[in-house]
Design a protein around this ligand. Structure first.
Ligand SMILES: *Cc1c(COP(=O)(O)O)cnc(C)c1O
Length: 479
């Protein structure tokens, strides 16, 4: 149940079907090209898209815009200290800015960096500094290869780091070439699955064995702490705030995007433990902060942004907030599962992942079933999700997933109902053989970026026939 009500509202509008069809064509069947005004329920991302509280908006008025030594920075520092237990912070404009600051100071050419699963920007920053990012998830974390739907074990910590894989990596490449061990909570690239406190303790041990810095990517630390309280026996009955502090206490450093569990629209930071052994890293990271982000008391943010994030961090571990947040995602997962939509279960903390290959079995992988589903959801309900399968990740054998990511405190039960009904309509079209696959007509040079900007067109189904019909009409008009 939402323990809040609306005070400021943003009107949204459901365009009619003809408009949606036209928007989709004009967007080149790529929903990144849609205007947000053309979207009714926007589940593209939970990054910076949430709703701020009245306390956050009030704090914004208190933003101290001094270049150095602002009160707003002090307030952020004390929020990070109270909520996360870290004393030293280097602010950055968003998470990837913080990654650039920290990883540029921590890793060098020829290094190897293990992580439970590298999030895209993490992978890119590790690689950009000449090091090799290595994913070490638990085997079969999301069910085995043959089983599209993972185990439905609600007690699972499918996001965990496999510490044995880290030890094997060290045997192979030498501990001296592993400067850092990373754990991402929740594991965003692995369906937002949680990581146990037990696992973080093991990661701490292995980092000590390798004499490596232990970094937690804490973007969704509050969602993760909620799962720990629900699933890890040792923490039953504890407050999410206490669990979060306990879990983070094992790390030397944190990387944080304020756009996630900072409940803000922008911002981020690196946090470092106040430990003399980390003085060198702190000095280096501060320098990089000034070079790339801004002076160390604002880091690319306005004073008011620091204020919004400071309040947001405290709100993120409030029981009423976090309970509503995680259960809303679970509810959407349940609603889709009830309608025979193949969703990954248990759901993670921020999004529901749909197996598009299973939902649209007639569409072969080379026709992008995930992207076809994303287009159908827009066509039938002006719902925007995102493809995270063979279109977004060419030449990998990732499952054909579509992610429906819920912005924080933004949509209500009726919006979730609309999404579920949209799936019913897509299923009807599928059963009538009306859903077609897609082919790429234009793509950028960097294949890794193609899902942001490539353009596509439908092939092999009724949509293609319709488009061809329209093209012929257009040609006829020209004549
Ligand atoms: C979003 C995210 C980042 C990057 O943060 P931005 O604010 O988008 O730059 C890094 N790591 C994880 C796990 C994230 O989810």
């Amino acid at each position: 149940m939402r323990a809040y009500k609306s005070k400021v509202v943003t009107p949204i509008r459901l365009p009619d079907r003809d408009e949606r069809e036209e928007n989709l064509q004009q967007a080149g069947y790529n929903v990144f090209n849609l205007d947000s005004d053309a979207v009714f329920v926007d589940l593209l991302t939970d990054s910076g898209t949430g709703t701020m509280s009245e306390n956050q908006w009030a704090a914004i008025m208190k933003g101290d815009e001094a270049y150095a030594g602002s009160r707003s920075f002090e307030r952020l520092q004390s929020a990070v200290s109270d909520v996360m237990g870290f004393e030293r912070i280097i602010p950055a404009h968003q998470g990837r800015g913080a990654e650039n600051v920290l990883y540029g100071a921590l890793v060098e050419d020829g290094d190897y960096v293990p992580n439970n699963t590298h999030f895209d920007t993490t992978r890119a920053h590790i690689a950009n500094n000449g090091a090799e990012p290595v994913d070490c998830p638990r085997d079969g974390a999301l069910g085995d290869e043959d089983e599209a739907r993972p185990d439905e074990d609600d007690s699972a910590f499918a996001g965990d780091l496999d510490v044995e894989k880290v030890r094997e990596l060290a045997d192979e490449v030498g501990a001296e070439n592993i400067p850092a061990v990373l754990v991402t909570i929740t594991n965003n690239s692995l369906a937002g699955q949680p990581v146990s406190v037990e696992n973080v303790r093991e990661a701490r041990e292995v980092a000590d064995e390798l004499d490596a810095t232990f970094v937690i990517d804490a973007c969704r630390f509050a969602e993760n702490a909620y799962f720990v309280r629900e699933r890890e026996e040792e923490f039953a009955g504890e407050s999410v705030a206490d669990v979060a502090r306990e879990q983070l206490s094992y790390a030397d450093a944190l990387v944080m995007s304020g756009k996630k569990d900072g409940l803000a629209n922008v911002g981020g930071f690196v946090a470092l433990r106040d430990d003399p052994e980390l003085d060198g890293l702190h000095a280096k990271a501060r320098e990089r902060g000034i070079l790339y982000e801004g002076f160390t008391t604002y880091g690319g943010m306005a004073g008011r942004d620091l204020e919004a994030m400071a309040v947001g961090l405290r709100e993120a571990v409030e029981e009423s907030y976090i309970e509503d947040r995680v259960s809303q995602v679970q509810r959407l997962g349940d609603m889709l599962a009830e309608r025979d939509v193949p969703v990954q279960r248990p759901t993670g903390g921020h999004a529901v992942y749909v197996d598009a290959a299973e939902f649209l079995p007639e569409i072969p992988p080379e026709r992008f079933p995930g992207q076809a589903l994303v287009c159908e959801l827009y066509r039938e309900g002006a719902v925007r999700g995102v493809e995270l399968g063979s279109f977004a990740f060419p030449e990998t054998d990732r499952p054909e997933l579509v992610r429906l990511c819920l912005p924080r405190r933004t949509y209500g039960a009726d919006h979730l109902e609309h999404v579920a009904e949209t799936f019913e309509e897509v299923a009807e079209r599928r059963d009538a053989g009306e859903v077609s696959g897609l082919e790429i007509v234009e793509e950028p040079e960097m294949a890794e970026l193609r899902h942001f900007s490539a353009e596509l067109r439908p092939v092999g189904g009724s949509e293609e026939r319709k488009e061809q019909g329209q093209e012929q009409e257009a040609t006829a008009d020209d004549d």
